[in-house]
Write a protein of this length. Structure first.
Length: 280
């Protein structure tokens, strides 16, 4: 039950409700999504590389490339977020808490979907890793780190488009201290005017701040971020983020509940780079 609602029973107060600042989901469109309704697991198929060979002898069987197929199986997990609104309390405040809870729960489900994606990349322990001292000394996010991540993807033929860089706010603002990232001589985005940078060096940039769900891992000041291609990460969704309002007669209250069922995995490790930065 929303036990704090009784604290709002004052003589006079505003009808508008201010929601505590909280991030919304931002990573879904950066990965490959598959609808797997009715399934507990989802399989993404990874086809190996091909190689054209010289034909040196005629009237002989054409050799096969023997292209490999590697299935990547992802387990789907179920998530819920729920709250009760007592019928008496809801009638004694000048706002509809049920509708406010719909917004709160919706954003919570979106963040959980982000965390499912982030956890999958962390669990993959990427072979491609950029250390925090790639610029010569341990530091926060630098252009050298982004350049090294792009190079690691380029060397394995990862397509230029649909690349994403997930970093922390600290890493973003460290990057904004570099003239090459903010000057119009190097970038057509006025980053310092906006206080933000959404694209750079072929990546769309997504920043993940402090989150109850966990966010980007940090250990002894070392923050983990990721650079990846959309096709490298597979997200299977059994149930899209859904919010319901039901009457719970046992409590004499409306129950607002959010549901989500999804799982994520790394399909192709060649399209994923881990970037470590040092945050002071």
């Amino acid at each position: 039950m929303s036990i704090d609602l009784s604290n709002m029973l004052a003589t006079q107060f505003a009808e508008e409700v201010k929601h505590k600042f909280q991030g919304a989901g931002i990573l879904r469109d950066t990965v490959r999504v598959r609808d797997v309704r009715g399934a507990k697991t989802v399989q993404f198929n990874l086809m190996g590389r091909g190689n054209a060979a010289e034909r040196t002898t005629i009237h002989t069987a054409i050799p096969l490339m023997n292209v490999t197929h590697e299935p990547v199986t992802v387990s789907v997990k179920n998530y819920t977020a729920s709250e009760l609104t007592d019928i008496f309390l809801d009638n004694q405040v000048p706002f509809d808490e049920k509708m406010e809870l719909v917004e709160t729960i919706s954003t919570a489900l979106g963040r959980r979907l982000d965390q499912i994606i982030l956890d999958a990349m962390v669990a993959a322990t990427p072979a491609k890793q950029i250390a925090n001292d790639v610029s010569g000394v341990a530091s926060n996010l630098t252009i050298d780190a982004i350049r090294a991540a792009a190079k690691a993807l380029d060397e394995d033929g990862v397509p230029d488009g649909d690349r994403t860089l997930v970093i922390s706010p600290s890493g973003l603002h460290s990057l904004l201290e570099d003239t090459q990232a903010t000057s119009v001589d190097f970038n057509n985005v006025k980053a310092l005017v906006r206080g933000d940078l959404d694209t750079f060096y072929g990546f769309q940039i997504k920043k993940i701040g402090n989150r109850e769900e966990g966010g980007l891992p940090i250990n002894l000041g070392n923050r983990t971020g990721f650079a990846y291609h959309k096709a490298a990460i597979g997200l299977g969704v059994n149930m899209e983020p859904t919010v319901r309002i039901d009457w719970d007669e046992q409590y004499g209250a409306h129950r607002v509940t959010g549901f989500l069922s999804a799982g994520c995995g790394v399909i192709d490790g060649l399209g994923l780079v881990e970037i470590t930065t040092l945050e002071s």
